[in-house]
Design a protein around this ligand. Sequence first.
Ligand code: 9MR
Length: 356
Amino acid sequence: MPLSLAFVTISAFIAAHTVSALPQATSTSSTLPTATSVVKGLNYLARNAGKLYFGTATDNSELNDTTYTGIMDNYLHFGQLTPENSMKWDATEPEPGVFTFAAGDVIANLAKSYGMYLRGHNCVWYEQLPDWVTVNNYNATGLTAVVENHVSTLVGHYADAWDVINEPLNDNGTFREDVFYNTLGTEYIPIALKAARAADPNAKLYINDYNIEYVGTKSTALQNLIKELQADGVPIDGVGMESHFIVGEVPTTLVENFQAYADLGLEFAITELDIRMELPETAALLEQQKTDFYTVVNACLSVSACKGVTVWDWTDKYSWIPSTFPGYGAACPWDANFVRKPAFDGIAIAFEGGSI
Ligand code: 9MR
């Protein structure tokens, strides 16, 4: 049965909890600028601005850090969680037909206990895929059954919204040649989406990808795929715009591109936002990052089909960036010491309808 996540209202939350202003940034040893805005929380602002949530990715290992959870376990601040790794295929079905929900359930239950929206991530992806899916050399019939069983078991267990298909396209707009495409062609996409809809008619079904946030070949290819799915009656509700950006290089066509998805009748969300910089951090880079976070959140606010904004972890302490992009980092709105950065202000000002 899907977890039924009662989505608490801000007023209900405030009525039930003692609310104090969020802790002010304590100064670090450096002279780098920090956030100055005093707000109840970013999710509070997002809800007031008409969005479903401001949320974050989180990972099970991070939940042992009580300073981290002390800030994150707060609906005023985070109204949505995405498991960064623990609902992926290798974590949930390590052997054929053997499902392990223990780690994913920790995050699902955390979300539930705070009334946070849960974005399931993800069902079908070429990465973090256990070897058996590939080495068993399934034929089309066999792999169809494998995909259907994986998707329906996951989506039937967890709820709210799902990245059913993750990163299906190459940057040139062609389909990524993974085991799914090579065995089933594009048919694996409707197979997965139909299985997801059958497992939970209420879950929002998404295709999630990167480099589709702006006008370009890849975004056009995704829109064409979606039009075909819609013409064929395949269930598809939304598009996840990952939004792993670089300071000073946020695309200028976000709103125009977002509107194109809205015009297809879809909802969408900013699903993995972070904005990395070349280290070391400087005051100028942090100020530019503030503007960049503002720009992205403002783009979501500009198009009503944008449901919410998720950062791909909220603190630099646990960001995936430094290990993947050597020399880059500081991509999150809180620094590694949990001090709020100017980027926090950029998000807050956008949600408050201000300008910078
Ligand atoms: O942040 C995730 C990191 O911990 C994993 O090692 C990595 C494995 O590929 O996946 C990262 O999350 C990715 C997400 O699932 C899909 N979009 C890109 C994200 C960053 O790589």
